[in-house]
Design a protein. Sequence first.
Length: 188
Amino acid sequence: MAELGKRALFLDRDGVINIDSGYIWRPEDFIFNDGVFEACRAAQAMDYVLVIVTNQAGIGRGLYAEKDFHTLTDWMLAQFVENDIVIARVYYAPTHPDEGIGVYRRESPDRKPGPGMLFRARDAFGIDMSRSAIIGDRETDIEAGINGGVGYKILIEGAEEDPGSSRADAVVTSLSDAVAWLAVRDAS
């Protein structure tokens, strides 16, 4: 029997991992959502490779620099490590096709709903997309999952989208609920 590829849990950042209070680029403004560490540990126990995929148009719009994003990301990853969680990689898309400045004003296959970040993770880690899941708080996250051939697409309520019109496989209220939904699928 052929060995199956690894499965990934693709996580949007703002609105899934942390409270989305606008363009966040400083650790002092970053507030983890309740239950994030427990949910990520549970996903790890289910053998998901944890990958963060985040649009960061604030860089493209000139609101903060890439070095600011990296400083915050390093701090965030340290919090995960302190909680026994391994984030395999963080992918980000700093461009914006309309409001970007200079080199950042362009379309990019990495910017969700494009699947570029998902494909980069697939290629780097040998991910089986059909066995993987994406969790986001916007329909663009769900569309990226569809465009990338991700097996399960889960929307966390809270953004301005109407969850009733989502193309997600499930609509839940938290990352914990999303991982619990995946656990039920694993058990069946």
